[in-house]
Design a protein around this ligand. Sequence first.
Ligand code: CAA
Length: 246
Amino acid sequence: MTSRVALVTGGTGGIGTAICQRLARMGHRVATNYRDEAKARAWQQKLKEHGTDVAIVPGDVTSVESAAAMVRGVEQALGPVEILINNAGITRDGTFHKMTPPQWMDVINTNLNSCYNVTRPVIDGMRERKWGRIIQISSINGLKGQYGQANYAASKAGMHGFTISLARENAKLGITVNTVSPGYVATDMVMAVPEEVRAKIAADIPTGRLGTPEEIAYAVAFLVAEEAAWITGSNLDINGGHHMGW
Ligand code: CAA
């Protein structure tokens, strides 16, 4: 297997951690960004104790300048970014008729504008080297909508629009661009949903349980493989059958 340089944004979160670990165990050199250095160092140490090395670089994905500096930091530490996982994301749930401007802007900036901010500084290098893997971590709710998530669903649906346009523009240059849309996975983000609401959601999942972060990381590993060169512009739903479409 060829060892590649991978940048996973928001790698210290629930799904992000599993992606970092999986890619590192595959033999890739992995980096993620942080805003809180002490927290990130503690996270990095914990992963080290479990046998995986992940580089950490400062970077705020909502800022064009900070994201560019973050990419430069990864390049200095590990080399040019060959695999990019746009995973950083937040929720600020609330019904739309009560939604404040920060609730809307923060979610769009973190989940969607970040895709521009982080992908723009890596795309030229991928095009020159004629190899790249870019994956957006979207959501089931970008496909089906969710009560209280007009901001989040808009950002997550937008991520897939980004995927399919970028896939077309770069298909001849050895770069694949895909979306992974997780359903409800047992992370802090999902556990923050009020318990009675969560119970109702869980009862609706055909597999009868929430997903695990490792189940999402498995799909990412599949899509970044050398053999996945003809999979581009696709969306991979991983949601325990919670939302099925085609
Ligand atoms: N369908 C219909 N009605 C619903 C509803 C639903 N799914 N959810 C809530 N309601 C109703 C409530 O029963 C309540 O009705 P009554 O007033 O008649 O009692 C009313 O909506 C509450 O409305 P409010 O405007 O007062 O709502 P709120 O401001 O308190 O917000 C909420 C409620 C934030 C939307 C809360 O219901 C919630 O957190 N829902 C979960 C949202 C969710 O799924 N978030 C996913 C987070 S994890 C994630 O996003 C990861 C991923 O990718 C999957």
